[in-house]
Design a protein around this ligand. Structure first.
Ligand code: ZN
Length: 90
């Protein structure tokens, strides 16, 4: 199966999904109060979990299959774990 995003892009997308989930949960807490757990808060948490699962599955090095760090800053030219080149064209 051909990936439409390279692992580094998947890493960014996974981070984005987690942030969106956090925003969702945060808005829920503002809107419905800190002491109640509203279904929208649960949905926000589920979005965060989905982001982590997506990153865990997709954000992997194609050379050694190791998991890429979500927290790596910038746009590295090589995978940090094995030093394999990070290709943009697949
Ligand atoms: Zn690797």
């Amino acid at each position: 199966m051909k990936n439409f995003l390279n692992p580094n892009q998947c890493r960014y997308l996974a981070s984005l999904i987690c942030v969106l989930g956090a925003i969702f949960a945060f808005i829920s807490k503002i809107k419905f109060g800190m002491n109640s757990i509203h279904p929208t808060f649960i949905i926000g948490i589920l979005i965060i979990i989905a982001g982590f699962v997506f990153g865990f599955i997709k954000a992997r090095c194609p050379h050694c299959n190791c998991l890429l760090s979500f927290s790596t800053k910038g746009d590295p030219k090589h995978y940090p774990n094995c030093g394999g080149k990070l290709e943009d064209d697949d």
